[in-house]
Ligand binder design. Sequence first.
Ligand SMILES: C[S@@+](CC[C@H](N)C(=O)[O-])C[C@H]1O[C@@H](n2cnc3c(N)ncnc32)[C@H](O)[C@@H]1O
Length: 433
Amino acid sequence: MDTYGLPLRAAAAKVLLAVENGQSLNQCLPPALQQLPPDQRPAMQALCFGTSRWFHRLDGELRSRLKKSLRPTDRVVHHLMLVALFQLRFSQQANYAILNESVEACRALNKPHLTGLVNGVLRSAEREGAPEPADDASRFSHPQWMVEKLRHNWPDDWQSILDANNTQAPMTLRVNARRMSRDAYLDLLKEAVIEAVPTRFAPHGIQLVHPVPVDHLPYFLDGTVSVQDEAAQLCTTLLDLKPGQRVLDACAAPGGKTCAILEACDGLNEVVALDESAERLPRVQENLDRLDLHATLNQADAADTEQWWDGEPFDRILLDVPCSASGVIRRHPDIKLLRRESDITPLAAIQLGLLNAMWDILKPGGRLVYATCSVFPQENHRIIQRFQKQNQDVQPVEPDVAWGRDMGAGRQLLPDPESHDGFFYAVLEKPEA
Ligand SMILES: C[S@@+](CC[C@H](N)C(=O)[O-])C[C@H]1O[C@@H](n2cnc3c(N)ncnc32)[C@H](O)[C@@H]1O
């Protein structure tokens, strides 16, 4: 995707078209940012994230304003109008600037025949204001299937989950306990005039009142802190780590939890960090290097133990499975465009398969922590229930914690606009032989 030399809105429209065609913002936004002058990058990021977050609301409005859909070859102009509508409805920018610059962007995209349409649609949107949402997809700005699934799964919470998904997530840090105490780092933040509070549940977590670029954080580069959501940090409190243990992080990239494990316990015998993605695994090494930590990295399909396992069972296994990521939509709003309802059943099959394979390589007396960043029971406690039915020797452990909801087979955190993401954890033990 070439966005070189394009005005901001035109470049954002091309990024959003790529998302509609299946690329994540993580994949297509960084190269587009590189092609922009540094001072325009934050605005581009805000346009792409904001338009994705409100896509279903804005798209409902745009479709109601268009007499007919644009030709597939002109689809980028549809996205250009969504970007402009996002700004009209959610930004402080002057309306005349949004209109004029969107018409210019349309020309820059080589679509001069559509400048009249862009101008007309945006003028009527400005004059008439936002319409009443026509359906739940528009009202909650989520795909209809997600609204229905959440309503079905969480009859008392679905609206608050949808609302939380539309907020901007806070920036949360994990203090490297090997280097410094949380209180000492809070003092450093105070000296740097960065407002922050300790997290409620994660023992080494700090939530910033306003996000800052990481290079503004004291001692970030030397590994004193990492950026990690509070819910993700909780994995180490469940693993019951002790010196001498052999630990497997079975789906490790980009390595946030691998590093948290190594920071949480000095003297582990070995931490093996596995990921099947050759593209993502180097991120684990980068994170380890910054924190000056060591793990054994391996690129493999965790479920294919014959290919990678050396036959030495693990005392602890963290299984942070691939999932719908429906608990982290506020951080990755493009999930609303990328995920399909039909993805969930195949994901659940992969999750159960991974759980079965990992159980076989867990030492008797060992502990496995199953984790997802999903709020769909199909990927969470129902996987654990299915697994328990198939494996009579599984001993579920009810952790003594103050967070989340007891689902009978694991604990569910729902996304909280004030703090953590949506997450699920189950703790399973294997009886001694
Ligand atoms: C939820 S992410 C893991 C996040 C990571 N634990 C962290 O905290 O930074 C899931 C990861 O599982 C990897 N993955 C998916 N299927 C896998 C498999 N069969 N074996 C190993 N890794 C897999 C993906 O490449 C992805 O990096």
